[in-house]
Design a protein around this ligand. Structure first.
Ligand code: T46
Length: 138
């Protein structure tokens, strides 16, 4: 069974007395062509988001402000990451189940994605996710 992968991505930071600057360049920092960016904001601190995987979509998730937790499941192992540094992103390959919670007040989550929005790419049921993993090996 081919599992998905999760890796941390570190972005450059330009220090400046006027404020710090971080940049992201497609093809250099992000391991796919960026087709879409979206962001979550005005998130209530007790909100739960995610609760799905993707068939083909790859993404890199950043906490531009504040912090939140990402709970990751590749179908056999579970792990969790706290995102709280705007220089640090979390790359999620396809076929990774993710859940997000513990948002701090005012947290902003930005996501860079490999494809445009397509609801048919979502696996919103956990058993469907496990089945999709099995199907990948057939
Ligand atoms: C993910 C996590 C980190 C759109 O119309 N266009 C879009 O680009 C997106 C991302 C969503 N939507 C619509 C689909 C739903 O009607 O916005 C609504 C909320 O989407 P969803 O419930 O999937 O939101 P999250 O925060 O649970 O998940 C999102 C992404 O969908 C997902 O790919 O990995 O953020």
């Amino acid at each position: 069974m081919k599992r998905g992968t999760v890796t941390e991505i570190q972005l450059p930071q330009i220090h400046d007395p006027r404020g710090d600057l971080t940049f992201v360049e497609g093809g250099i920092h992000i391991p796919f062509q960026i087709a879409r960016a979206y962001y979550l904001y005005n998130v209530p601190v007790d909100s739960n988001r995610g609760g799905h995987a993707h068939r083909e979509l790859e993404q890199v998730v950043f906490a531009l402000s504040g912090s939140f937790r990402m709970k990751i499941d590749d179908g056999s192992a579970r792990s969790e990451y706290w995102l709280r540094d705007p220089r640090r992103g979390l790359y999620l390959s396809k076929l990774i189940w993710r859940e997000m919670d513990s948002f701090s007040q005012g947290a902003v989550c930005m996501v860079l994605a490999s494809h445009r929005y397509d609801e048919s790419d979502y696996l919103r049921n956990y058993d469907d996710f496990l089945q999709a993993l099995k199907d990948k090996t057939r």
